[in-house]
Design a protein around this ligand. Structure first.
Ligand code: F6R
Length: 261
């Protein structure tokens, strides 16, 4: 696991975009894994700048979303598919029909989840997966107690996650759905390169557990310690509780260029 501590959100966005760009240059039809929420927005902005400047094209890429709320009507401004269209798809040149999300209105949720797993596999698997982290340590919507081997399925959101996400629903926690569908931790661990971005002191405890804590279903993000290629991008606040922070900074500063990301 490589931990990179950057100066601000814009630098975090540029680094995340550099990583995606490295994958797309190596494989122009790369499969991207997309996260929603606030954390990846600077990456999406940086990618849009590059595409609009003509220095990068995502035209041949495919993409899969990590998760979706259950029960929001199609086109709801906070449905994750709507958010991804607004924050990512509209700014870049990816074909919107090559961007797949989970259907939070499916009549048969288990069948939809199984079909989603099959669609990811048919695309050849996710090459680079963007992730945020919840203050309770969730990745995608795998809340504490999730099986570390889980596959795509329905989950209940914790009260903490619903309170955290109320900011997207006029501050009204009652508007935040209680159910979601989410890629499982096992599904996420199948991706080739995991890139987690966390910003702000509110994430510091979860980040400390993710990077330095014991692997535990209590902090689902700790499962990333089992993956062989993880980059964790942090700002100062999110890194503030790491015990080995100096070591991560020294290692990154001395990193040989040939290693890439
Ligand atoms: C959303 C997702 C979630 C968020 C997490 C952090 O697709 O996968 O795990 O990344 O809830 O959300 P923000 O970035 O809004 O703090």
């Amino acid at each position: 696991m490589e931990v990179v501590i950057v100066g601000d959100e814009a630098q975090a966005g540029n680094l995340g975009a550099d990583i995606i760009e490295q994958h797309v240059r190596a494989k122009p039809d790369a499969v991207l894994g997309l996260a929603t929420g606030s954390s990846p927005l600077s990456i999406y902005r940086a990618l849009a700048d590059r595409v609009q400047a003509g220095t990068l094209s995502l035209a041949r890429c495919k993409a899969f979303l990590l998760d979706e709320y259950v029960g929001l009507e199609p086109g709801h401004p906070e449905a994750y598919r709507t958010v991804i269209d607004r924050e990512f798809v509209e700014g870049v040149d990816i074909d919107p029909t090559n961007v797949q999300g989970l259907d939070g209105l499916a009549e048969d949720i288990p069948a939809m989840c199984q079909a989603y797993e099959e669609a990811i596999a048919a695309a050849g698997g996710v090459d680079v997966q963007l992730l945020g982290i919840g203050t309770d340590g969730h990745i995608a919507f795998n809340e504490p107690g999730s099986s570390l081997a889980s596959r795509t399925r329905s989950k209940s959101l914790t009260g903490q996650t619903r309170r955290d996400n109320a900011r997207f629903f006029d501050g009204d926690v009652d508007q935040v759905p209680t159910l979601c569908v989410t890629q499982g931790i096992g599904t996420i661990l199948d991706a080739g390169h995991l890139v987690l971005i966390a910003l702000g002191e509110g994430k510091a405890e979860a980040v400390r557990e993710l990077v330095e804590g014991p692997i535990s279903a209590l902090w689902p993000a700790t499962a990333l310690q089992l993956h062989r290629h993880v980059t964790v991008i942090l700002d100062d606040g999110a890194a503030s509780r790491l015990r080995l922070r100096d070591y991560y900074e020294e290692s990154y500063a001395a990193k040989p260029a040939w290693q890439g990301y």
